[in-house]
Design a protein around this ligand. Structure first.
Ligand SMILES: Cc1ncc(COP(=O)(O)O)c(C=O)c1O
Length: 456
């Protein structure tokens, strides 16, 4: 029996990708002010900027699109999606939104207020920004191992329960709910174990606090539990996911990840405490409660995607892709966050570019150099994304300087990954020539999307 794990799909429709020369890329990156977000996608060969909304839908999803009921109110497509989400999560209430951050904004607006504090393993950037925008403090409490790129801990997304308990004892009155991000995107795409999730849920419950799950990558998290946590090897991924959801009181979801769709999101809630206020805000800013910022066809595609994402052949191939890429990079002497996460490989920019200082923004510099070297677009998860310019003009820097190569779902084949690994390893050999960057323009929130730079 051959052991090669193949892509578990055939390709029915293809999109050309454009080859560019290094000198062309130099011109295009300069025009984009050294910010890969400002490049035209046509000028990128392998686009690993994000796994969000970039996946390929299946023939079944495209078929479902034709079934979309575009009625303004009470559309059949809403009830179809609601049934799928109820079966998966056990939560009674579905509030569709156009994407994850709209779900966050709406839920946080009704469930938290200025001066509150929300603990999480690690808030994703939009989660943090939506809380801070409302004057809420976002506190990251991932376990110590989660901040150590080389630590092989199997569940580096776990929350530090001792610190969570201390925070609840000291500041409990300010905490409206706790959160857990599954998998932990900012911390390396790392999973949370069922044991940790259960303990977190129980601890919050003892303090009378609900648990809101950020479930963008719930299926990848569930597969990691199946592969790594004792007692789960023989369980279906669906039943593991259902157990995960049972430990929360509600969730926010960017369906652009494990919903296998190009746009979409939702809030789902176990009981009705926040439902009415959230729906009222939804009507104000997204749309009527049975479509919430999406077309009926989007709801249909999502209903199919949420079932397809639990296919174990797909998840096995999905997690193996990142692992394979990690193995190739390590063989070429490139340091990565270990073990590999579900949706991405994270390059350790401090190790890649040891000659750069924090003020050189090493991870940003590496992401720019990767584009120049191989036409590959990754994203900085470091001090541009998580650092801040204080009012006095000084900067704060992030502990880790990572470049995330996030893999769109069902889009690239093994030879694409082989090419990317080769290009990165070749860049490693000439890393000493990579310069740092300087910020020349930035905005107050989510500055990485629009910031401008020059080489140091
Ligand atoms: C963990 C996590 N939460 C929330 C979001 C926000 O979702 P969206 O991009 O759909 O607004 C993302 C998106 O990347 C994410 O990775």
């Amino acid at each position: 029996m051959p052991t090669t794990l193949i892509e578990p799909f055939r390709i029915k429709s293809v999109e050309p990708i454009r080859m560019t020369t290094r000198s062309e890329r130099e011109g295009m990156l300069a025009q984009a002010k050294l910010n890969p977000f400002l490049l035209r996608a046509d000028d990128v060969l392998l686009d690993f900027l994000t796994d969000s909304g970039t996946g390929a839908m299946s023939a079944k999803q495209w078929g479902a699109i034709m079934e979309g009921d575009e009625s303004y109110a009470g559309a059949r497509s809403f009830f179809r999606l609601e049934a799928v989400i109820r079966k998966l999560t056990g939560y009674a209430h579905l509030i569709p939104t156009h994407q994850g951050r709209a779900a966050e904004r709406i839920l946080f607006s009704v469930a938290a207020k200025k001066g509150d504090l929300v603990p999480n393993n690690t808030h994703f950037d939009t989660t943090r920004a939506n809380l801070e925008f409302g004057g809420v403090e976002a506190v990251d409490l991932v376990i110590r191992e989660g901040l150590e790129p080389q630590n092989p801990h199997p569940f580096k997304g776990n929350i530090d329960l001792d610190r969570l308990e201390a925070l609840l004892k000291k500041d409990g009155a300010r905490v409206p709910f706790g959160m857990m991000t599954l998998t932990n995107n900012s911390g390396g795409g790392q999973p949370v174990s069922m044991a940790n999730l259960r303990a977190c849920s129980e601890l919050l419950r003892r303090h009378g606090k609900p648990l809101v799950l950020d479930v963008c990558r719930f299926a990848e998290n569930a597969m990691f539990i199946k592969l790594r946590e004792p007692g789960y090897a023989d369980r279906t991924v669906e039943s593991i996911a259902q157990e995960m959801f049972s430990l929360g009181d509600g969730c926010t979801m960017s369906a652009k990840k494990d919903g296998l769709v190009n746009i979409g999101g939702f809030i789902a809630l176990k009981d009705d405490r926040w439902v009415e206020a959230a729906r009222n805000l939804l009507i104000l800013t997204e749309g009527f409660p049975t479509y919430g910022g999406l077309a009926g066809r989007d709801l249909e595609a999502l209903a199919v995607g949420l079932e397809e994402v639990l296919h174990e052949d797909y998840l096995r191939y999905r997690l193996r892709t990142a692992e394979y890429m990690g193995e190739r990079l390590k063989a070429g002497g490139v340091r990565i966050v270990e073990p590999t996460g579900g949706h991405a490989v994270y390059l350790d920019a401090k190790a890649f570019l040891p000659h750069l200082r924090p003020e050189d923004y090493p991870a940003w510099a590496l992401s720019a150099a990767l584009y120049l070297e191989g036409g590959i677009r990754g994203v900085e998860i470091g001090s541009v994304m998580f650092g801040k310019r204080r009012d006095d003009g000084t900067e704060t820097y992030h502990t880790m300087e990572l470049v995330r190569l996030a893999f769109p779902r069902r889009v690239y084949t093994q030879s694409h990954f082989d090419y990317a690994a080769e290009a990165i390893c070749e860049l490693k050999a000439k890393a000493a020539a990579v310069k740092g960057v300087r910020l020349t323009k930035q905005s107050r929130f989510l500055r990485h999307f629009t910031a401008e730079f020059r080489w140091a």
